[in-house]
Design a protein around this ligand. Structure first.
Ligand code: LR7
Ligand code: MN
Length: 431
């Protein structure tokens, strides 16, 4: 789980920047919250840890009122600040950051466990490169037994799909080559969002967070795009590990996530935001508030455009063509109220089921297909790794297989030839 050589690293604490650990919480359980706090206190070198700042985002559970205050009053270095109304995680974190005294801000979710030696590599990297935003490897804590399961696989990097959903990927070959040793940082196009360290000065230079974002969601991609486009670097340190509980259900509703994603798209994605809107027709109608200031920030910092980001930071992402008429619902010509519809077996497994015909609903999702004229593929939805429609001469139905990688040849049974037929002056695709 750790590169062996992580253990040989020695740090001169006096030369490293200090940090404040900021933990925002809303209605968190007692044990998970305190487990986070104690693990920070027990695993962070005294010289490096300025304080733990707990931010209560207007919770209403009784144990988070006086009992929490009493409990932490006996803990050195732990401060508690309370929001006066529900702020959402972005503004709650910023409230914590505003009273933090350390050189570096280290953000954690409120249900984590820091692993011995987690902090030093993050701070060391930021000292070496102040414009680096550094994440630990995220280990898994079982949501049911709360056992620390670790992370048996190699660290993964963050990506996203065109619905603006965060995704994990193995470290690509170009990045493996770029690194000189297994303990070098791994550059990542995006971050999961909750666990990272950033120089306080650099965080302010970059415009902290988009305070127009409510509750949950979207801020992680927004921040990731901004870091890269505005000259910083987003990295994962393989020697720093922190566990996180992925609960079955959050203790709050996440209704505002769509507007947050739209804000991110509107400010950072240029014309590529259309790819997002095509896959989320609802998003176009979402009231997302005012982003003038965020666009101004982008100009002031002379940030690069999204095309540069895709080509240089996330070259592995498939950029759909989205030619007019060649994406979205795939209608049956005979029964035009019926569309291709695909329901994958489950979240982790895309392939295996048959594509069926179902009443067209126009909501994207399971009825979203896109045609790639370059490769003659009918790609399903937008997940990574993507699914491609496949048929053969014998069957009367289509299934979904994994799409081949960009440099691999497309098998015959995944190729679909497009014939365009002329009618009433417009072009109609025929599949
Ligand atoms: O209104 C709120 N106010 C809050 O203070 C809502 C949430 N919060 C707090 C909450 O108590 C928690 O400490 O904010 C933190 C994050 O909320 P979670 O734990 O419900 O989020 P998550 O772990 O499901 O979601 C991930 O994506 C989010 C997008 O907005 C945030 O960036 C989370 O920090 C992020 N978590 C991680 O990156 C941990 C690893 C997960 C993975 C993969
Ligand atoms: Mn979390």
């Amino acid at each position: 789980m750790f590169p062996q050589s992580c253990k040989d690293l020695k740090y001169d604490y006096r030369s490293l920047p200090s940090t404040s650990v900021v933990i925002a919480f809303y209605n968190e359980a007692w044990s998970t919250l305190l487990r986070t706090v104690h693990s920070v206190l027990e695993t962070s070198p005294n010289l490096l840890l300025r304080e733990v700042v707990l931010v209560d985002d207007y919770s209403d559970r009784a144990h988070l009122k006086e009992p929490l205050e009493n409990y932490i009053s006996s803990l050195k270095k732990v401060r508690l600040i309370r929001a006066r109304k529900r702020e959402g995680l972005v503004r709650a974190r910023l409230l914590g950051a505003s009273i933090a005294t350390g050189d570096v801000l280290t953000f954690l979710d409120c249900h984590c466990e820091c692993h011995e030696g987690w902090l030093e590599p993050l701070l060391h990297r930021i000292k070496e490169k102040p414009s680096a935003v550094v994440c630990p490897v995220i280990d898994v804590i079982d949501w049911n037994t709360f056992q620390y399961l670790g992370n048996p696989r190699e660290p993964h990097i963050g990506g996203f799909d065109w619905r603006l959903v965060f995704t994990w990927h193995p470290v690509p070959e170009y990045e493996q080559k770029h690194r000189h040793s297994p303990i070098d940082v791994i550059r990542s196009p995006t971050m999961a969002g909750g666990l990272f360290a950033v120089s306080k000065n650099y965080f302010h230079y970059l415009g902290t967070y988009d305070t127009g974002m409510e509750v949950w969601g979207g801020e992680n991609l927004e921040f990731s795009f901004r870091i890269w486009q505005c000259g910083g670097s987003l990295e994962i340190h393989p020697c720093s590990h922190v566990g996180h509980v992925f609960p079955k259900k959050a203790p709050y509703s996440r209704g505002k996530a769509l507007a947050n994603s739209v804000r991110a798209a509107e400010v950072w994605m240029d014309e590529y935001k259309e790819l997002y809107y095509h896959r989320n027709p609802h998003a176009r109608l979402e009231a997302f508030g005012d982003v003038t200031d965020r666009r101004k920030l982008r100009t002031q910092l002379r940030c690069k455009d999204f095309k540069w980001y895709l080509e240089n930071i996330y070259p592995d992402i498939h950029v759909p063509e989205d030619r007019p008429g060649m994406f979205g619902m795939l209608k049956n010509r005979g029964m035009s109220s019926y569309c291709f519809d695909y329901n994958p077996p489950d979240d982790n497994n895309l392939v295996g089921h048959r594509i069926i015909l179902y009443t067209c609903h126009g909501m994207g999702q399971n009825q979203f297909f896109e045609y790639s004229s370059e490769r003659s593929e009918i790609r399903y939805n937008t997940r990574e790794p993507a699914g491609c429609a496949a048929g053969d001469a014998v069957s009367t139905y289509l299934t979904v297989h994994l799409c081949k990688k960009p440099r691999q040849p497309v098998p015959q049974d995944q190729k679909f030839v497009l014939r365009e037929v002329r009618g009433k002056g417009t072009m109609h695709p025929k599949w």
